[in-house]
Structure formats: structure tokens, C-alpha cells
Design a protein around this ligand. Structure first.
Ligand SMILES: [Zn+2]
Length: 291
């Protein structure tokens, strides 16, 4: 099987150091395996998206020397495909309509975990509904960086189509990873607990299971994950080389001092030749926000 990796940002704002880590790690793992590296824009949620963010992401990756293979895929172009698979899952009984609000679920079960109420009490045809997939089992998996993963929470019938008429992240990602024949998923460990859900969907749909590697998530001084919400600063293209070297350091790759005198291309080719996924730490150290 040909190694195929991907970077799949959401265009909620410019890339920050946390996104750079995922981009660099997935890029280097693909290149070290002589594999392909694809770019997918996860623009499923228009209200959360920032004007011009997709163009900004594409430009930033180019400035950082992270060149992808093939066309950029945009999830907003793929609704018809998601819809077909959603219909398939509802018509074969794997998924069902749910009209419950967050408050109703909490009131009944005193937790945010869904109690499968609508399995037994199907909403009327006219009610505006989410669609949930039945899930009665857990999916432990081996992660290349984090090791064996098993979640203690009971499996939940999770949402694959939202009540506000958007396709859910878990469904779109699973369909796209199969469509793009992704063999290796290297991404932030904030997505570790999404993985069993995606494996469940893979099994329901007869897809292959990719190899997973979840890198540690960069945090700010207050221990918060770097994100748009925690006001992580946008990557500064003028410091591209420095930031890549910093990302390599964070990923345990021990970049040599001479890299600071070279070009971005030289830095990335050194990093590809020396790439060691086993050197990536499981946990993050504290990272300062200032770049
Ligand atoms: Zn329900």
C-alpha cells in the first residue's frame, strides 16, 4: 500500500504554532516514507469560518515550504457524497433520527452522554432532527506515539448529522480519509477521543483503518491548547525557518544548530532524512506564546 498522509485544517482563522506542529509532523512522516501528503480544507461549519482563511492557510503552507501533492480538497464541495452515505446509514438502520436537545439529555440522564432515547421513541417525521449512529461497543486502538488507547467512557450513539443541518466532523473526516486513501493519520492528540468514533464509522462502512499517530498538543503559559479561541498568534511568515526549527525541537527531532544558517528547503530535507517518530514525546511541555 502506498503511504498517503494528510493535513486537514479548519479555516477558522490563520494557522498558529499548534497547526504548524500537525502540518510538519504529518508532512515529514509522509516524506520520510516516500509517501504522498494531501491537503484537505475542513470547511464544514460556515458560521465558525473566517473570511479568507482558506487562502491564508494555503499561502502560509507554501511560505513554510510544506508543498502538498495533488489538488486541495474542500469539504464544502462534498456535501452530495456525505448525503448519499448518510442515507445509506439511515436506510440500513445503522443510524437514526434524534430530536433531543442538550438540555433534554442532561435532564434525563444528569450527564451530557446521550441516553439513546430516540432509539426507543422515534421522533415524528416533521420534527427537525439530528442523525445519530448506533454504537454499542468500544474500539481500543494502538497509536504510534501515544501507545494503546482505550477509553473508559461507555460508547455513545454520536451525531453524524447536526440538527442545524451541517454534516458532523466525524462523518465527513471518515468518508474523506477513505476517499483519499489515507493510510496514516498524524494529528494532534486533542483528536485522540474522536478516533474510536471514526473507527466505528469505518467498520460500519466497510472502510480500511488507517495507522494513527497523535502528536502532543502545544499549550500556552496557562496550559490551554493553542487555538483561535485561546488567541494563539498567527504564524509569522518572516520567521518561517525559526518556527519550523522550533516545531522540530518540540517534536523531539533535535534539530542541529547549522539549520538556522540554511534555507527552509534544506531544513525540511534534513528533517525528512532524520525523521524519528519514536522520538516524539507523548506529552507536551509548556510553550510560550511569543514567537
Ligand atoms: Zn434523541
Amino acid at each position: 500500500m502506498v503511504y498517503t498522509g494528510r493535513f486537514a485544517p479548519s479555516p477558522t482563522g490563520p494557522l498558529h504554532f499548534g497547526s504548524l506542529l500537525a502540518a510538519v509532523a504529518s508532512y515529514l512522516d509522509a516524506r520520510a516514507h516516500q509517501g504522498r501528503w494531501l491537503l484537505r480544507i475542513e470547511d464544514l461549519d460556515p458560521p465558525r469560518e473566517a473570511e479568507g482563511a482558506t487562502d491564508n492557510i494555503v499561502r502560509t503552507l507554501e511560505q513554510f515550504g510544506l508543498h502538498w501533492d495533488g489538488e486541495v480538497i474542500r469539504q464544502s464541495d462534498r456535501h452530495a457524497i456525505y448525503n448519499d452515505i448518510l442515507l445509506q446509514l439511515t436506510s440500513n438502520g445503522a443510524a437514526y433520527r434524534c430530536s433531543c436537545s442538550r438540555q433534554q439529555i442532561h435532564k434525563r440522564s444528569n450527564s451530557s452522554l446521550y441516553d439513546r432515547y430516540c432509539r426507543r421513541h422515534p421522533p415524528t417525521a416533521k420534527t427537525r432532527c439530528a442523525i445519530r449512529i448506533r454504537c454499542d461497543r468500544d474500539y481500543p486502538f494502538d497509536d504510534l506515539i501515544q501507545g494503546y488507547q482505550q477509553f473508559s467512557d461507555q460508547p455513545e450513539d454520536f451525531v453524524i448529522f447536526r440538527r442545524d443541518r451541517f454534516f458532523a466532523y466525524q462523518l465527513a473526516v471518515t468518508i474523506d480519509d477513505e476517499a483519499q486513501q489515507i493510510s496514516h493519520i498524524v494529528r494532534g492528540s486533542d483528536l485522540l477521543d474522536s478516533t474510536p468514533k471514526q473507527i466505528h464509522l469505518q467498520q460500519q462502512l466497510g472502510y480500511r483503518q488507517p495507522v494513527y499517530a497523535h502528536i502532543p498538543v502545544a499549550t500556552n503559559k496557562r496550559g490551554q491548547k493553542l487555538s483561535k479561541q485561546t488567541l494563539a498568534p498567527a504564524l509569522d511568515e518572516h520567521k518561517a525557518l525559526q518556527l519550523i526549527i522550533r516545531a522540530l525541537d518540540f517534536l523531539g527531532q533535535q534539530p542541529v544548530a547549522e539549520l538556522t544558517d540554511g534555507t527552509i528547503e534544506e531544513c525540511l530535507s534534513w528533517a525528512t532524512a532524520h525523521w524519528d517518530i519514536a522520538a516524539i514525546p507523548k506529552q507536551t511541555g509548556i510553550i510560550l506564546e511569543e514567537s
